[in-house]
Design a protein around this ligand. Structure first.
Ligand code: IVH
Length: 781
């Protein structure tokens, strides 16, 4: 194809390449992929070859990279740091070998073949064995002095080991960031709002060019040596491979993957092997490098403008490509985490066709500002899922709108909520969301929840996939026949039907046992039931606290969230999570079905009298977390107004008369203007009323016979499990603890009690045996 106006195209290409060089070398923020860059350079090279009249000494084809940005002192390289010519196809490798064979007139050519690490080229200068200076490549002639930053990289020797090193030695190599380090770094940045690195190479380059070495030290950088520069006052071996071995002896990391091979077949075989190993390597490589091994041959071959004639880089398919985002979708994980991903026009990345890429989380989308229709850079490296790393903003369609997280779960329609300060959004349909079903049932059945023995994850998965379980309540509809049928179908599907079954013998005992276990789980406690629901943030201890304080499922399931904050240790975040869960009609329906299918809570009781203190208007106004309404302001409001309705009806000036500063009054009025807030206030106040009515008579009943006591269990009890004993003691008001101290009020010693019993005796703490415990439980049960 001939270009209509070569001069114009050459100028265009030069300007585009210069721009890319600037972005890559000085700002560490490239806007085109390496493959695109290579294509531009090749096109320019071809045009310059066809049209010698257009050649220019300052063409980017004759220079390497960009002149330093000037933030660091310049370092003039005693031996220039050159670039490498590229080969993309086997034929180009064959041409490279042929050129050397012809010029050197040799039949057998021996090469050092090495991985081409994707990082940043560095020159390290050692004088009398001590590291004195390290510099970036810069434009090849002059680089930047980044010695202080290089000193923070642990694998770079400060002093050379062994002996025999030249008086002055420059070692050249690549600073890079390993994949795992890169992933870890980005994961941390994503969670804490830091700058996410587009790829390990940008990470390495950006890190080395930090002005503060302390920042570099925080970045996980590594280094591999691959050659030398200036050598004075000493000599090196005659071959490159022997020099690499020597560098290793002197303390430099040298890649284990380097090999000595001969001829085109040797080179292509190496390319193939490393290509196969590529995805599993702990660092990114973008190709391999072939270097004529003997220095005499290298000298004879010499250089063309920007690269040696004795070496070439053989590139792998690019790990980054540009493509267009067709839509941004969300995925709901097993735990309810809602994560965005991009559906894209198909593109080959690293030899694989990619159509989807992760966008990690909503913050990441916001930071990248990815929109539908955007041209983006996708990256796929190693086993890592392809990810969108950058948007090419110049190519954005004019009508592209910023993306935002959907309000409703795409799987079950429940509300999608975000925890304060967290990057993750979650579906609040824990019990009713099919995406969370397996996880929900697994948790529901676990030992500390409903304790259904024998219901493993595999069975749950099959029951769910084959349609026997829509939600946890379906467990209580299963019969032995359903289980046997499920097993038969799952085995058929997986091709795992046992020979005994084929011979007509079907094992049924497991199914009988499982049905018995499910049936037995129907009788449970409120704490176990609440824990089993799998509400975000509600672990066992929170579930127990809720059970102790409120006592009754029917009460709890209709409480607005601010009321949950009356339980010590439940803060706003946990209270809201419980509220979100209970607000989802799907979750409430599952609870109804569970009760309808025979789940019975045996330990319901009236709410704790300890709630009495916090059922007033002032406390509610604090619990609602209204901006500017501090406890002092809430107390003023509580004193001035009869009830919540009166606050709601009050004009702003009445709030001021009640003693509120104007800005607080305005904040409260603004808050109450939202119908959902006003509704929450009134519903919460009504719930307070219901609770008050349920409280044991005031002055009232002691909260439990073991109230205020700390009890330690030790040894084995014959009549009940330790968890059971703990639950019963706690239901009588005790706190249980794991070790005996002066604070312990009582120790229950079962069979074979050891050091805890001894300690209790030593401290003079009351000790009960099992019989005494049983008598006590009987009396208070
Ligand atoms: S040799 C004169 N060997 O690739 C020869 N370079 O495209 C100079 N690179 O600037 C380079 N691994 O940053 C050489 N084993 C290796 C390499 C390697 C990575 C980088 C280096 C160089 C660039 C050339």
């Amino acid at each position: 194809m001939s270009t209509p106006d070569p001069a114009r195209r050459v100028a265009e290409l030069r300007s585009r390449i210069e721009d890319a060089n600037q972005r890559y070398h000085q700002h560490d923020a490239p806007d085109i992929t390496d493959a695109q860059y290579d294509a531009l350079v090749r096109e320019l090279e071809a045009l310059e070859a066809q049209h010698p009249e257009l050649a220019a000494s300052d063409s980017p084809t004759r220079r390497v990279g960009a002149a330093p940005a000037g933030r660091f002192p310049p370092v003039v390289h005693a031996v220039p740091m050159l670039s490498l010519g590229n080969a993309f196809e086997d034929g180009e490798v064959a041409d490279f070998v042929r050129r050397i064979r012809e010029r050197l007139d040799r039949d057998v050519l021996v090469f050092s073949a090495e991985p081409k690490l994707d990082g940043l080229a560095i020159s390290l200068r050692y004088e009398d064995g001590a590291f004195v200076q390290g510099a970036t490549r810069g434009d090849g002639a002059t680089g930047e002095d980044v010695s202080a930053n290089l000193r923070t990289i642990a694998v770079i020797p400060q002093r050379l080991q062994g002996k025999g090193w030249p008086k002055v030695l420059e070692v050249r190599g690549e600073v890079y960031m390993g994949r795992a380090d890169f992933e870890r770094y980005n994961e941390h940045a994503r969670l804490h709002g830091g700058k996410v690195l587009a790829n390990p190479r940008n990470g390495a380059a950006g890190s080395l060019r930090q002005l503060d070495p302390k920042l570099t030290a925080q970045r996980p950088l590594s280094f591999y040596a691959y050659g030398t520069g200036l050598v004075e006052g000493g000599t090196l071996p005659d071959t490159h491979s022997a020099t690499l071995a020597r560098l290793r002896d002197w303390g430099f990391p040298v890649s284990d993957l380097a090999e000595v091979v001969s001829g085109v077949e040797g080179l292509l075989g190496y390319y193939q092997r490393i290509g196969e190993a590529r995805d599993g390597l702990p660092f990114d490589i973008d190709g391999v490098v072939y270097k004529l091994d003997d220095y005499a041959g290298q000298r004879e071959m010499g250089f063309v403008s920007r690269a040696p004639r004795w070496a070439i880089a053989h590139k792998f398919p690019a790990q980054e490509q540009t493509t267009v985002v067709e839509s941004i979708e969300v995925n709901v994980g097993r735990t309810g985490a809602v994560t965005p991903w991009a559906l894209m026009q198909p593109v080959q990345v690293g030899g694989v066709t990619v159509t989807r890429a992760t966008l990690h989380n909503a913050d990441h989308v916001a930071r990248l500002d990815v929109r539908n229709g955007d041209t983006v850079i996708v990256r796929r490296a190693g086993d890592v899922i392809p990810e969108v790393v950058q948007v090419v903003v110049d190519r954005r369609p004019p009508d592209a709108r910023p993306w935002s997280m959907p309000m409703a779960c795409p799987v079950c329609g429940s509300e999608v909520v975000r925890e304060e300060g967290a990057a993750v959004w979650r579906c609040s349909g824990e019990l009713s969301c099919p995406a969370q079903r397996v996880q929900a049932v697994f948790h529901f059945a676990s030992r500390r929840a409903m304790d259904i023995d024998g219901l493993g994850e595999r069975y749950i998965e099959s029951l769910s996939e084959l349609g026997y379980l829509q939600d946890v309540s379906d467990l209580y509809r299963l019969g032995v026949d359903d289980l046997l049928e499920m097993k038969r179908r799952a085995d058929e599907r997986d091709g795992t039907t046992p020979d005994t079954v084929k011979a007509g013998k079907v094992a049924t005992k497991w199914a009988d046992n499982l049905i018995v276990a499910i049936d037995r789980s129907r009788d449970t406690t409120l704490a176990r039931f609440l824990y089993a629901l799998g509400i975000e943030h509600v672990g066992e201890s929170t579930a127990k606290a809720l059970a102790q304080w409120f006592g009754d499922l029917d009460l709890i399931r209709h409480l607005p969230w601010p009321l949950f904050k009356r339980v010590p240790d439940i803060g706003g975040e946990v209270a809201r999570a419980i509220g979100h869960f209970l607000d989802q009609p799907g979750n409430q329906q599952v609870i109804d079905r569970l009760l309808g299918r025979g789940v019975r809570i045996g330990d319901s009781h009236p709410p704790s009298s300890r709630l009495a203190e916090g059922l007033d208007l002032a406390t509610l106004l604090v619990d609602l977390e209204i901006p500017k309404v501090t406890p002092v302001r809430a107390a003023q409001l509580g004193a001035a107004f009869a009830d919540a309705q009166a606050v709601l009806d009050a004009p702003a000036h009445n709030l001021v008369t009640a003693g509120l500063p104007a800005d607080t009054a305005n904040a409260l009025v603004a808050w109450l203007e939202s119908p959902s807030n006003a509704g929450l206030l009134l519903r919460s106040a009504q719930a307070q009323g219901r609770l008050r009515a349920l409280l044991p008579d005031s002055g009232g009943q002691p909260a439990g016979p073991l109230e205020g006591k700390t009890v330690v269990l030790t040894g084995t009890l014959a009549s009940m499990g330790r968890d059971d004993a703990k639950a019963r003691l706690e239901s009588l008001g005790a706190k249980t603890a794991g070790s005996v101290s002066k604070k312990t009020s009582l120790v229950i010693a079962g069979e074979a009690a050891g050091s805890k019993l001894a300690k209790a005796e030593e401290l003079g703490i009351e000790v009960w045996d099992e019989a005494r415990l049983l008598a006590f439980l009987e009396q208070h049960g």
